[in-house]
Design a protein around this ligand. Sequence first.
Ligand code: UT7
Length: 337
Amino acid sequence: MSIFICGTGSYLPKKILTNDDLSRMVDTNDEWIRTRTGIQERHIAADDEATSDLCYHASIRAIASAQLTAQDIDLILVTTITPDTPFPATACYLQHRLGCRPIPALDINAACSGFPYGLKLALHSLRDDPRCRHVLLVCGDKMSSITDWQDRSTCVLLGDGAGAVVIKREDNPDPNISSSGLKLKIIDILLGSNGSGANSIIMPAGGSRKPISLQTLENREHFFRMKGKEVFKEAVNVMCECAEEILQRNNLNASDIDYLIPHQANIRIIQAVAERLQLSEDRVIVSVQHHGNTSAASIPIALDQAIQKKDICPGQTLLTVAFGAGLTWGSTLLQWS
Ligand code: UT7
């Protein structure tokens, strides 16, 4: 049995918000944002564009790139922290809009670690259920819908977008038939969480702990909040440890990795992780400058763009590493065979 990613797609909304645009909204400037984060611009969804709409466009591209149709999909997983509605699941809106069969569809909340978490569930579903042959995993977030545009410490960081992959199980792959398409084998996935850091990145109100009230609205508690400095340090440490552990348990060294695809939150975090793993700049996929932090979508968008640009080719081994609210983290090892 072989399980691999056979298609990728991504979508970024049309509107671009530059650092200069932001400097007209809050007390910030292009120089601060570039030097502290590496971000130059981010995409912002239209008012009538919800997360499922971003996910839809990424999905149709991923399904087309896998040379499949929506009818071939057996399970939809959407990872998001900005669902269209608290319930039902965004995955159900997507199931309907894509015209899929009445297959299972569910949301996963793992924030910026959505890609490795979703991939793990996809892997188990494909292994355990013989009728499940193709899983659509879509990581999408409309971060602008929970951004406090009066908070300069967070509003400069976030962006909207979606990235999708189709994961396939092949029961009896014939080694003599070489496929010309994408075949990113899932070698290993490592996940973790630490809820003691839950308050470090949080939307404080709008859930059962603090339902919406006039007071929560007045206190602006329906927005993304982050203890930036704490999270920065934790992100670097955990991403390094997670990447080192997955390499070690697969008897690999950083020198065996062709590309690192890290969560795109801040160029300084990416550089610190690459440096500790002793990976040179040219072996790290970076897209944060153009998208900001798109939460769960960041890794699959970067993966899709690197494949489109042919930076990633057959024979290569990829390491992804994510970190986000929860706190959650995860790493995946992928190999284009
Ligand atoms: O996706 C989940 C993972 N997320 C992350 O990994 C993000 C982690 N954190 C970070 O990337 C960084 O901590 C930030 C980019 C959020 C902040 O960078 P920093 O170097 O930690 O800056 P800081 O928060 O220590 O702020 C330094 C100064 C402060 O002024 P004072 O107190 O030194 O006078 C801030 O008020 O910069 C000020 N500042 C700003 N100035 C201009 C904060 N935000 C801005 C801004 N423009 N947008």
